[in-house]
Design a protein around this ligand. Structure first.
Ligand SMILES: Nc1ccn([C@@H]2O[C@H](COP(=O)(O)OP(=O)(O)OP(=O)(O)O)[C@@H](O)[C@H]2O)c(=O)n1
Ligand SMILES: C[C@](O)(CO)[C@H](O)COP(=O)(O)O
Length: 252
Protein backbone atom coordinates (compact mmCIF):
# COMPACT_ATOMS: atom_id res chain seq x y z
CA UNK A 1 0.00 0.00 0.00
CA UNK A 2 1.16 3.56 -0.66
CA UNK A 3 0.69 7.16 0.45
CA UNK A 4 -0.42 9.94 -1.90
CA UNK A 5 -1.22 13.63 -1.68
CA UNK A 6 -3.99 15.72 -3.16
CA UNK A 7 -2.60 19.21 -3.71
CA UNK A 8 -5.45 21.72 -3.91
CA UNK A 9 -4.58 24.50 -6.33
CA UNK A 10 -7.91 25.24 -8.03
CA UNK A 11 -8.74 28.47 -6.22
CA UNK A 12 -8.79 31.84 -7.93
CA UNK A 13 -6.87 33.78 -5.28
CA UNK A 14 -9.40 36.62 -5.02
CA UNK A 15 -7.87 37.93 -1.79
CA UNK A 16 -4.38 37.95 -3.30
CA UNK A 17 -5.71 40.09 -6.14
CA UNK A 18 -3.42 38.95 -8.95
CA UNK A 19 -4.52 38.57 -12.60
CA UNK A 20 -3.61 34.84 -12.57
CA UNK A 21 -4.91 32.05 -10.28
CA UNK A 22 -3.00 32.04 -6.98
CA UNK A 23 -1.30 28.71 -7.63
CA UNK A 24 0.46 30.23 -10.65
CA UNK A 25 1.69 33.32 -8.80
CA UNK A 26 5.46 33.15 -8.43
CA UNK A 27 7.37 33.31 -5.16
CA UNK A 28 10.99 34.19 -5.95
CA UNK A 29 10.52 32.95 -9.52
CA UNK A 30 8.77 29.64 -8.76
CA UNK A 31 4.95 29.21 -9.01
CA UNK A 32 3.34 28.45 -5.64
CA UNK A 33 1.94 25.14 -6.92
CA UNK A 34 5.42 23.98 -7.98
CA UNK A 35 6.97 24.99 -4.64
CA UNK A 36 4.24 23.18 -2.74
CA UNK A 37 4.65 20.03 -4.86
CA UNK A 38 8.42 20.10 -4.39
CA UNK A 39 7.93 20.33 -0.62
CA UNK A 40 5.71 17.26 -0.68
CA UNK A 41 8.22 15.39 -2.86
CA UNK A 42 11.08 16.28 -0.53
CA UNK A 43 9.29 14.57 2.36
CA UNK A 44 10.10 11.30 0.62
CA UNK A 45 7.09 9.40 1.96
CA UNK A 46 4.66 9.74 -0.98
CA UNK A 47 4.46 7.84 -4.27
CA UNK A 48 1.93 9.97 -6.14
CA UNK A 49 0.45 13.42 -6.26
CA UNK A 50 -2.89 14.58 -7.69
CA UNK A 51 -2.96 18.34 -8.29
CA UNK A 52 -6.37 20.01 -8.64
CA UNK A 53 -6.30 23.21 -10.71
CA UNK A 54 -8.81 25.59 -12.31
CA UNK A 55 -10.28 23.76 -15.35
CA UNK A 56 -8.78 26.33 -17.75
CA UNK A 57 -5.27 25.75 -16.33
CA UNK A 58 -4.99 21.96 -16.63
CA UNK A 59 -2.76 22.26 -19.72
CA UNK A 60 -0.55 24.99 -18.25
CA UNK A 61 0.05 23.18 -14.96
CA UNK A 62 0.56 19.81 -16.68
CA UNK A 63 3.31 21.50 -18.71
CA UNK A 64 4.87 22.92 -15.52
CA UNK A 65 5.32 19.38 -14.21
CA UNK A 66 6.33 17.83 -17.53
CA UNK A 67 10.02 17.71 -16.65
CA UNK A 68 9.40 15.82 -13.39
CA UNK A 69 9.25 17.31 -9.91
CA UNK A 70 12.56 16.93 -8.22
CA UNK A 71 15.42 15.11 -9.95
CA UNK A 72 15.76 11.69 -8.34
CA UNK A 73 12.27 11.59 -6.78
CA UNK A 74 9.96 9.04 -8.40
CA UNK A 75 6.74 10.84 -7.40
CA UNK A 76 4.15 10.67 -10.20
CA UNK A 77 2.08 13.80 -10.81
CA UNK A 78 -1.43 13.90 -12.25
CA UNK A 79 -3.17 17.22 -12.89
CA UNK A 80 -6.99 17.28 -12.79
CA UNK A 81 -9.70 19.95 -12.94
CA UNK A 82 -10.88 21.15 -9.52
CA UNK A 83 -14.39 22.20 -8.54
CA UNK A 84 -16.21 25.35 -7.43
CA UNK A 85 -15.17 24.95 -3.76
CA UNK A 86 -12.11 23.57 -2.02
CA UNK A 87 -14.27 20.65 -0.82
CA UNK A 88 -15.31 19.88 -4.41
CA UNK A 89 -11.69 20.10 -5.56
CA UNK A 90 -10.58 17.57 -2.94
CA UNK A 91 -13.44 15.27 -4.01
CA UNK A 92 -12.21 15.52 -7.62
CA UNK A 93 -8.69 14.66 -6.46
CA UNK A 94 -9.95 11.69 -4.44
CA UNK A 95 -11.60 10.13 -7.46
CA UNK A 96 -8.31 10.31 -9.39
CA UNK A 97 -6.22 8.42 -6.78
CA UNK A 98 -4.55 5.16 -7.76
CA UNK A 99 -6.08 1.98 -6.34
CA UNK A 100 -3.13 1.02 -4.14
CA UNK A 101 -3.24 4.29 -2.14
CA UNK A 102 -4.37 3.74 1.46
CA UNK A 103 -3.12 6.97 3.13
CA UNK A 104 -4.00 10.38 1.68
CA UNK A 105 -2.60 13.78 2.60
CA UNK A 106 -4.62 16.82 1.52
CA UNK A 107 -2.46 19.91 1.15
CA UNK A 108 -3.03 23.53 0.08
CA UNK A 109 -0.77 24.85 -2.68
CA UNK A 110 -1.16 28.13 -0.80
CA UNK A 111 0.93 26.61 2.06
CA UNK A 112 3.91 26.29 -0.26
CA UNK A 113 6.66 26.69 2.37
CA UNK A 114 5.53 23.75 4.49
CA UNK A 115 8.68 21.91 5.62
CA UNK A 116 9.11 18.24 4.59
CA UNK A 117 9.38 17.14 8.23
CA UNK A 118 5.80 18.31 8.87
CA UNK A 119 4.60 16.27 5.87
CA UNK A 120 6.48 13.21 7.15
CA UNK A 121 5.08 13.67 10.65
CA UNK A 122 1.47 13.76 9.47
CA UNK A 123 1.94 10.74 7.20
CA UNK A 124 3.63 8.79 10.00
CA UNK A 125 0.82 9.63 12.44
CA UNK A 126 -1.77 8.19 10.02
CA UNK A 127 0.38 5.11 9.36
CA UNK A 128 0.69 4.78 13.13
CA UNK A 129 -3.07 4.28 13.47
CA UNK A 130 -4.63 7.74 13.83
CA UNK A 131 -7.09 7.74 10.91
CA UNK A 132 -7.49 11.55 10.68
CA UNK A 133 -4.61 13.88 11.59
CA UNK A 134 -4.28 17.67 11.35
CA UNK A 135 -1.23 19.83 12.12
CA UNK A 136 -2.01 22.93 14.16
CA UNK A 137 -0.42 25.79 16.08
CA UNK A 138 -1.68 27.51 19.24
CA UNK A 139 -3.80 30.63 18.72
CA UNK A 140 -2.01 33.75 19.95
CA UNK A 141 -4.81 36.34 19.74
CA UNK A 142 -7.75 36.47 22.13
CA UNK A 143 -10.80 35.22 20.22
CA UNK A 144 -14.28 36.63 20.88
CA UNK A 145 -17.67 35.53 19.64
CA UNK A 146 -19.79 38.46 18.45
CA UNK A 147 -23.41 39.13 17.62
CA UNK A 148 -25.01 41.07 14.76
CA UNK A 149 -23.72 44.62 14.23
CA UNK A 150 -25.76 47.64 15.36
CA UNK A 151 -26.59 50.52 13.02
CA UNK A 152 -23.08 52.01 13.44
CA UNK A 153 -21.46 48.72 12.42
CA UNK A 154 -20.19 47.91 15.94
CA UNK A 155 -20.62 44.25 16.94
CA UNK A 156 -21.53 43.27 20.52
CA UNK A 157 -19.24 40.74 22.20
CA UNK A 158 -21.11 37.57 23.20
CA UNK A 159 -18.23 35.89 24.94
CA UNK A 160 -14.53 35.08 25.03
CA UNK A 161 -13.43 31.64 23.90
CA UNK A 162 -10.98 29.84 26.21
CA UNK A 163 -7.75 30.31 24.25
CA UNK A 164 -5.72 27.47 25.71
CA UNK A 165 -8.06 25.01 23.99
CA UNK A 166 -7.86 26.69 20.54
CA UNK A 167 -5.61 25.66 17.66
CA UNK A 168 -5.17 27.17 14.19
CA UNK A 169 -5.24 24.25 11.79
CA UNK A 170 -2.88 23.90 8.82
CA UNK A 171 -2.26 21.38 6.05
CA UNK A 172 -1.27 18.74 5.05
CA UNK A 173 -4.13 16.95 6.75
CA UNK A 174 -3.68 13.17 6.68
CA UNK A 175 -6.34 10.48 6.44
CA UNK A 176 -6.98 6.83 6.07
CA UNK A 177 -8.29 6.78 2.49
CA UNK A 178 -11.48 4.84 3.25
CA UNK A 179 -12.40 7.26 6.05
CA UNK A 180 -11.79 10.31 3.84
CA UNK A 181 -13.86 8.80 1.03
CA UNK A 182 -16.70 8.02 3.44
CA UNK A 183 -16.55 11.57 4.87
CA UNK A 184 -16.63 13.19 1.41
CA UNK A 185 -19.47 10.92 0.27
CA UNK A 186 -21.52 11.84 3.36
CA UNK A 187 -20.84 15.58 2.87
CA UNK A 188 -21.19 15.63 -0.92
CA UNK A 189 -24.38 17.67 -0.77
CA UNK A 190 -22.41 20.62 0.64
CA UNK A 191 -19.63 20.69 -1.94
CA UNK A 192 -21.23 22.84 -4.62
CA UNK A 193 -21.86 25.96 -2.57
CA UNK A 194 -19.15 27.97 -0.80
CA UNK A 195 -21.55 28.90 2.03
CA UNK A 196 -22.31 25.27 2.82
CA UNK A 197 -18.96 23.63 2.04
CA UNK A 198 -16.55 22.75 4.84
CA UNK A 199 -13.36 24.77 5.04
CA UNK A 200 -11.21 21.72 5.75
CA UNK A 201 -11.44 17.95 5.24
CA UNK A 202 -11.19 17.17 8.94
CA UNK A 203 -14.53 18.97 9.31
CA UNK A 204 -16.16 16.27 7.19
CA UNK A 205 -14.63 13.54 9.37
CA UNK A 206 -15.85 15.36 12.50
CA UNK A 207 -19.35 15.46 10.98
CA UNK A 208 -19.22 11.65 10.77
CA UNK A 209 -18.53 11.55 14.51
CA UNK A 210 -15.08 10.05 13.98
CA UNK A 211 -12.06 11.29 15.98
CA UNK A 212 -9.57 13.76 14.49
CA UNK A 213 -6.12 14.11 16.06
CA UNK A 214 -3.86 17.19 16.26
CA UNK A 215 -0.08 17.07 15.87
CA UNK A 216 2.22 20.11 16.21
CA UNK A 217 2.15 22.39 13.16
CA UNK A 218 4.86 24.73 11.91
CA UNK A 219 4.87 28.48 11.30
CA UNK A 220 6.37 27.88 7.85
CA UNK A 221 3.14 26.10 6.87
CA UNK A 222 1.43 29.51 6.81
CA UNK A 223 -1.24 30.02 4.14
CA UNK A 224 -0.58 32.67 1.50
CA UNK A 225 -3.95 34.42 1.30
CA UNK A 226 -3.27 38.17 1.05
CA UNK A 227 -0.48 40.32 -0.49
CA UNK A 228 0.92 40.71 3.03
CA UNK A 229 1.24 36.90 3.35
CA UNK A 230 3.15 36.79 0.05
CA UNK A 231 5.55 39.47 1.32
CA UNK A 232 6.00 37.47 4.54
CA UNK A 233 6.73 34.34 2.51
CA UNK A 234 9.53 36.24 0.74
CA UNK A 235 10.96 37.16 4.13
CA UNK A 236 10.79 33.52 5.29
CA UNK A 237 12.64 32.53 2.11
CA UNK A 238 15.21 35.24 2.68
CA UNK A 239 14.31 37.04 -0.54
CA UNK A 240 13.26 40.59 -1.32
CA UNK A 241 9.64 40.82 -2.51
CA UNK A 242 10.72 41.07 -6.14
CA UNK A 243 7.49 39.57 -7.50
CA UNK A 244 5.43 42.58 -6.48
CA UNK A 245 3.25 43.67 -9.45
CA UNK A 246 4.14 46.98 -11.09
CA UNK A 247 2.54 49.95 -9.38
CA UNK A 248 2.25 48.30 -5.95
CA UNK A 249 4.07 50.13 -3.18
CA UNK A 250 6.30 48.16 -0.81
CA UNK A 251 4.56 47.11 2.37
CA UNK A 252 5.50 49.15 5.44
N1 LIG B 1 -12.45 25.84 -5.61
C1 LIG B 1 -11.30 25.77 -4.94
C2 LIG B 1 -10.95 26.76 -3.98
C3 LIG B 1 -9.72 26.66 -3.33
N2 LIG B 1 -8.88 25.64 -3.65
C4 LIG B 1 -7.54 25.56 -3.02
O1 LIG B 1 -7.66 25.50 -1.62
C5 LIG B 1 -6.51 26.11 -1.02
C6 LIG B 1 -6.96 27.06 0.08
O2 LIG B 1 -7.84 28.01 -0.48
P1 LIG B 1 -7.60 29.59 -0.45
O3 LIG B 1 -6.32 29.92 0.20
O4 LIG B 1 -8.86 30.21 0.09
O5 LIG B 1 -7.44 29.91 -2.00
P2 LIG B 1 -8.42 30.67 -2.96
O6 LIG B 1 -9.80 30.09 -2.90
O7 LIG B 1 -7.73 30.68 -4.27
O8 LIG B 1 -8.40 32.16 -2.33
P3 LIG B 1 -9.56 33.26 -2.34
O9 LIG B 1 -10.59 32.75 -1.35
O10 LIG B 1 -8.87 34.51 -1.89
O11 LIG B 1 -10.10 33.35 -3.75
C7 LIG B 1 -5.75 26.84 -2.13
O12 LIG B 1 -4.54 26.15 -2.38
C8 LIG B 1 -6.71 26.82 -3.29
O13 LIG B 1 -6.10 26.74 -4.56
C9 LIG B 1 -9.24 24.67 -4.57
O14 LIG B 1 -8.46 23.76 -4.85
N3 LIG B 1 -10.46 24.76 -5.20
C1 LIG C 1 -7.71 23.87 4.87
C2 LIG C 1 -7.26 25.12 5.59
O1 LIG C 1 -6.05 25.57 5.05
C3 LIG C 1 -7.02 24.77 7.06
O2 LIG C 1 -6.71 25.90 7.78
C4 LIG C 1 -8.25 26.24 5.47
O3 LIG C 1 -9.45 25.92 6.14
C5 LIG C 1 -8.53 26.68 4.04
O4 LIG C 1 -9.44 27.75 4.06
P1 LIG C 1 -9.66 28.69 2.76
O5 LIG C 1 -10.72 29.67 3.14
O6 LIG C 1 -10.05 27.73 1.66
O7 LIG C 1 -8.35 29.35 2.52
Amino acid sequence: MTSAAILTAAGSGTRLGRPVPKALVELAGVPLVVRAAQGLAAADCLTSLVVTVPPAEVGTVTALFAGGLVPGTPLTVQVVAGGPTRQASVAAGLSALAQDVDVVLVHDAARCLTPPELVRGVEAAVRGGHRAVVPAVPVTDTVKEVGPADTTGAEPVRGTVERTRLRAVQTPQGFDRLLLEEAHAAGAGRAGDERAAVSDDAGLVEALGEPVWVVPGDERAMKITTPRDLALAHVLLGHEAADRPAGHAPLP
